[in-house]
Design a protein around this ligand. Structure first.
Ligand code: NDP
Length: 244
């Protein structure tokens, strides 16, 4: 039987495009009341047309104060998917301050902040909750030109473990999914070069990149009661890359 999230309230960040958008649609179809947070208004408008009932929340997560106000007012939620991130690939010697700051703000700082706001509301309501942070295979393996991205995702894995430890007594579970390359906009920008993508695929035992649905299914599992005893874990959606 399909997972049901009937009556659950969910916040999905980075829901305008790619994996986050697909998670928002899947949760909505499974009965959740979904708030879709993203940066570009046009994406949220088209999502609301595609999936009436989804509540749009247009916000730049790099803005701490705007996030505090908007996310606080949109809650409470029982389910949170921290999916928004940026991937600015630069050789280590050419990493810019702007890329570093933007990446830390969106990929790490905003996850901590949004999770604080949402977890405080979960605790105040006295309801159990589930948080899934979208990490990457890059959290656990060095990749060329990924100094900043790898670092933010590695920090995200550890943040998730400490959150799991401290939030467990409040019946809030925290896990990550760690996909290999997915051909979303982010994937296309960074992996369209056939030589580069072939080299990566050669290192993946299953011999292919992940589909958006592969990632969505793992996120929904970790949000659902089917994973009721799982917290502080990282679920690889990497075709075996990390064991190869
Ligand atoms: P996309 O770039 O396709 O989509 C990211 C979404 O997040 C967009 O809607 C984007 O909005 C939004 N977003 C980015 N920055 C902000 C911000 N500051 N405030 C609000 N929203 C923001 O990425 P994917 O779907 O590919 O990636 C989703 C997650 O999966 C990320 O955490 C990524 O690191 C991870 N991942 C992706 C892989 C891949 O190969 N694609 C592999 C492994 C992990 P806008 O476009 O308007 O900025």
């Amino acid at each position: 039987p399909h997972l049901s999230f009937r009556g659950r309230r969910a916040l999905v960040t980075g829901a305008g495009k790619g994996i986050g958008r697909a998670v928002a649609v899947a949760l909505s179809k499974a009965g959740a009341r979904v708030t879709a947070l993203s940066r570009t208004a046009a994406d949220l408008e088209s999502l609301a047309r595609e999936c009436p009932g989804i509540e749009p929340l247009c916000l730049d997560l790099a803005d701490w104060d705007a996030t505090e106000a908007a996310v606080g007012a949109a809650g409470p939620f029982e389910l949170l998917v921290n999916n928004a991130a940026v991937a600015v690939l630069q050789p280590f010697l050419e990493v810019t301050r702007a890329a570093l700051e933007r990446s830390l703000d969106v990929n790490l700082r905003a996850v901590l902040h949004v999770s604080q706001i949402v977890a405080r509301q979960m605790i105040a309501q006295g309801v159990p909750g589930a948080i899934v942070n979208v990490s990457s295979q890059a959290s656990q393996r060095a990749l060329r030109d990924h100094a900043v991205y790898c670092s933010t995702k590695s920090a995200l894995d550890m943040l998730s473990k400490v959150m799991a430890m401290e939030l467990g007594p409040h019946k809030i579970r925290v896990n990550t999914v760690n996909p290999t390359v997915v051909m979303t906009d982010m994937g296309r920008i960074n992996w369209s070069d056939p030589q580069k993508s072939a080299a990566m695929i050669n290192r993946i035992p299953l011999g292919k990149f992940a589909e958006v649905d592969d990632v969505v299914n793992s996120i929904l599992f970790l949000l659902s009661d089917k994973s009721a005893m799982t917290t502080g874990s990282s679920l690889m959606v990497d075709g075996g890359f990390l064991v190869s």
